[in-house]
Design a binder for this molecule. Structure first.
Ligand code: ZN
Length: 342
């Protein structure tokens, strides 16, 4: 099956009342981990690449690895999504290459750091929606700013500094016509999300619920949603790493989000931790080894385990064969028949 549109995956997830993990990749092994986890759990899947990942992999390497994934795992509905596009041009280049979904993060200016105005955000996002929908490609927007910095992208701060205003969120969707909306309810990018174990009110779930009430048909996205499990931190520190104590987003909080309209959950840090821990273990336990496969294989296996666990926890497991893919050409017609955003 060819790469499919994210809109279809998320529409199906909404019908089934489950969430879909979106996992970041930079290389072949990470893609293999995700696809193996998807096959093992029979899950539809979103694979995403940031600007940093596109630069690291020279873009075309990554794209062709994803085409290989669709050939080797034809039964898995697979989306290739651009994470945090910083400008209309970045999104356009991803669409031209064959990404089936793009994020236009107009909550920040093109520098990827400075919070923008509502008007700027609407303007750039609407341009991307026009470009993307004309090719059947899905668009995720962002309103409010997430905390932390990853791959040089982010406003920094705690994640509670620019929490999404539900009224603005509704207006933003009306004016842009985005398919999915990333909201800021207290999550942050990177490993250092919370310095103590989050309690039930650390994340602004009431805001999430209010946004879902106002926008019942928009797929909500939780960024910075790694759980940063203690056992993954322990492996790294046991084998010579130096991570400071940190806490991520508890899986139960994500599951509560899924009950309230969250359909896409971004996970990157947990996989990075799993890979690094596995590699460190080989280096310390078998210092005589020097074949990269000796540590890349366990690294791939460790990431696969994390991804498969999240797929089960988010509820996407078992849903790979629920539906036939809608070609992007058909998505073009569907978008054309919808009312054009104001
Ligand atoms: Zn993000």
């Amino acid at each position: 099956m060819p790469l499919v549109s994210m809109r279809q995956l998320l529409d199906e997830a909404a019908k089934g009342g489950y969430g879909v993990g979106a996992f970041n990749v930079n290389n072949m092994e990470q893609i293999q981990s995700i696809m193996e986890a998807a096959r093992e759990t029979q899950s539809p899947v979103i694979v995403q690449a940031s600007r940093g990942a596109r630069a690291y992999s020279q873009d075309r390497f990554l794209y062709h690895l994803m085409i290989a994934a669709t050939e080797l795992y034809p039964e898995i509905p697979t989306v290739l999504h651009l994470d945090h596009g910083n400008s209309v041009e970045t999104c356009k280049s991803a669409i031209d290459m064959g990404f089936t979904s793009v994020m236009m993060d107009g909550s920040l200016l093109a520098d990827g750091k400075t919070p923008s105005s509502f008007e700027y955000n609407v303007d750039v996002t609407r341009q991307v929606v026009e470009l993307a929908h004309a090719k059947g490609v899905t668009v995720e927007g962002e309103i409010g700013c997430l905390g932390g910095i990853e791959d040089g992208h982010g406003s920094g701060g705690s994640g509670l500094e620019h929490v999404t205003d539900p009224v603005q969120a509704e207006e933003f969707v009306k004016q842009t016509g985005v398919d999915a909306l990333a909201i800021a309810i207290g999550t942050s990018h990177g490993a250092y999300k919370f310095s103590k174990k989050p309690s039930g009110d650390t994340l602004k779930m009431d805001i999430l619920i209010e946004i879902h009430k106002r926008l019942p048909n928009v797929h909500l996205v939780m960024h910075g949603s790694s759980s940063v499990p203690q056992e993954l931190q322990d492996v790294i520190n046991k084998y010579g790493g130096k991570l400071n104590p940190t806490f991520g987003v508890p899986v139960e909080e994500i599951q509560l989000g899924i009950k309230n309209g969250v359909r896409k959950i971004n996970v990157d840090t947990d996989n990075r931790l799993a890979i690094t821990g596995a590699i460190r273990k080989v280096f310390i336990e078998s210092p005589e080894k020097f074949d990269p496969r000796d540590y890349m294989k366990p690294a791939r296996e460790a990431m696969k385990k994390v991804v498969a666990t999240r797929m089960t926890q988010f509820g996407q497991a078992g849903h790979a064969k629920d539906y036939a893919p809608i070609p992007l050409s058909e998505m073009v017609k569907r978008y054309a028949s919808e009312a054009v955003p104001a």
